[in-house]
Design a protein around this ligand. Structure first.
Ligand SMILES: Nc1ncnc2c1ncn2[C@@H]1O[C@H](COP(=O)(O)OP(=O)(O)OP(=O)(O)O)[C@@H](O)[C@H]1O
Ligand SMILES: [Mg+2]
Length: 505
């Protein structure tokens, strides 16, 4: 190793904590990735987890020197060879044992050579992070706060059905990350449903979004008042079923029974019939008048958007599901609806696609169909313990069983503590952005695929766009930097131009 490259030297420790003396003038940072080279060309990847001062000079003596400098402004009393006597010790955790060719890596089982000098990681050390067959781009490798030029991908065909959780405090870049992810999925054969309560993914008007993709015909946008290029979100009430209301407002058992009875009796006229019976004040099949009235009131509350829930017209849910099945990205703008109505629309679509994929599986056709991902913002609205105590909704069904049918959630949340542990543990990829709340961090760490027990402070100090990817599909918890969407797509456009500059022949 070039002397310039040396960042420190291993001076002790154990298999979970290697002590590295930092070289004077080389500023080591929390999260820095370091490499200890073995003589046979193999390498050990280490990550700095803690930093502390050490000094050869006794504490009392240091205090005295400080006293002279502070009180007598006597800067001449100083240390002899300070770079030898005062230094920083980094505690570094061995993350991986990387083989010679940098293509293979596994969990480290031995210690790096004692007294070995270490250096900072370089792109070529991490060649094993290769591009998978079905790439889902997440960002670039990050060492501390330094960005490397090495893209990080996971294989979406596996990762999406195993669910992706994106937890972080507000404003840390969750939506930005999902925009970057989706941008690259436009070209892939994967169906993505985006339930967008803030109308931020398509990019209406002058804001950038998925509409700006060169292949924007692969992106469909449904909205109650669509711009040019968008589609009208009009849901014919006929195509709604009682179970779609699971997770919207809380119905009593008697009300559920009433809804099911009406559905059984009147099929797709059930909502209209409940309205009618309430109007004429009649009982039916032993469903009491007050029950009909209360059920009608609650249904009306959820369906109060007259421009969305209509009494006739085509089955838009069916259109949406057809497009998902063709591997398109479908964005549903629910920003102008109540939360309940947004959940209802999502439920109806998801229930439909789930049913279809169950059938494909039974028929042995599932492998021919694209994987489906469902982006949900503010996940506790649908996966919170308090919501699920009223009964399982389709979102929880997907979280628990979707994997068998190649359907997964991409769940975004500020809080993970309201989500049941069993669901959190089922989300096998977690893209963790900054989080100030200790209780949230501890829940995230406790449910992560890799051991992040000493990353608590690192997670607390993640800046906008910085994240840690903990996944059963990555060999270690990979620190990444996520580009800002607007910059990223500009670059993407430029690199496209460059490709055209070269004569294709
Ligand atoms: N990777 C990034 N690099 C630089 N700036 C970023 C990055 N990601 C996000 N930002 C900035 O932070 C702002 C907030 O990001 P974003 O909307 O993605 O956060 P969020 O986590 O989704 O917040 P909320 O919880 O409120 O939805 C963005 O408008 C952008 O300016
Ligand atoms: Mg957001």
């Amino acid at each position: 190793m070039d002397d310039n490259e040396v960042a420190g030297q291993i001076i002790g420790g154990n298999s979970s904590k290697i002590l590295v003396r930092g070289k004077f003038g080389k500023r080591l940072e929390l999260g820095d990735l370091l490499i200890a080279d073995e003589n046979n060309g193999n390498k050990i990847l280490l990550q700095v987890k803690n930093l502390e001062y050490r000094s050869q000079i006794p504490q009392e003596r240091r205090e005295l020197i400080s006293g002279l400098q502070l009180e007598h402004e006597d800067e001449s009393t100083t240390f002899i060879e300070p770079e030898l006597r005062n230094y920083i010790i980094a505690e570094a955790k061995p993350l991986l044992y990387i083989h010679n060719n940098s293509k293979n890596a596994k969990a480290p089982k031995s210690l790096p050579p004692f007294f070995k000098k270490v250096r900072r990681v370089k792109e070529e050390d991490l060649k094993f992070l290769s591009k998978p067959k079905h790439p889902l781009y997440l960002g670039e490798v990050r060492s501390g706060s330094q960005k490397l030029n090495l893209p990080v991908y996971i294989d979406y065909k596996h990762a999406i059905p195993h669910h992706i959780l994106i937890p972080a405090t507000t404003g840390r870049g969750k939506s930005n990350l999902v925009k970057v992810m989706l941008w690259n999925l436009v070209d892939e054969n994967v169906g993505i449903l985006v339930l967008d309560p803030h109308d931020e993914y398509y990019g209406r008007g002058n804001t950038k979004g998925l509409k700006d993709h060169p292949r924007h015909e692969e992106v469909l946008y449904y909205s109650p008042n669509p711009p040019r290029g968008g589609l009208e979100l009009k849901i014919n009430k006929k195509y709604l079923k009682p179970k779609h209301f699971q997770g919207t407002v809380s119905f009593t058992d008697a009300q559920w029974q009433a809804m099911h009875k009406f559905y059984k009796e009147f099929k797709d006229e059930w909502i209209i019939k409940i309205e009618e019976m309430e109007r004429i004040g009649e009982e039916i099949h032993g469903v009491k008048k007050p029950t009909i009235a209360a059920t009608n009131r609650k249904l009306n509350h959820v369906l109060s958007h007259e421009d969305v829930f209509v009494e006739n017209g085509r089955n838009v849910i069916e259109d949406i599901v057809n497009n998902l099945e063709k591997g398109k990205i479908v964005i549903i703008d629910t920003s102008q609806m109540s939360e309940e109505a947004g959940i209802l629309v999502g439920s109806a679509i998801i229930e439909n696609i789930f049913r279809r994929y169950q059938r494909y599986k039974a028929e042995g056709e599932l492998n021919k169909k694209p994987v489906i991902g469902i982006v949900v913002e503010e996940a506790p609205r649908i996966l919170g313990k308090d919501v699920l105590k009223d009964g399982q909704n389709i979102y929880a069904t997907i979280a628990r069983e979707g994997r068998k049918f190649n359907i997964g959630l991409i769940a975004i949340t500020q809080l993970v503590t309201p989500i049941p542990k069993s669901i959190l543990a089922n989300m096998n990829t977690k893209i963790i952005l900054g989080n100030e709340m200790p209780s949230e961090r501890s829940e995230i760490i406790g449910s992560s695929p890799q051991d992040l027990s000493d990353d608590d402070r690192a997670i607390a100090s993640l800046d906008k766009g910085e994240a840690i990817v903990s996944s059963i599909f990555t060999k270690f918890a990979v620190p990444i930097y996520i580009p800002l969407f607007e910059d990223y797509i500009e670059k993407d456009e430029k690199s496209d131009d460059q490709e055209y500059d070269i004569d294709p022949l």
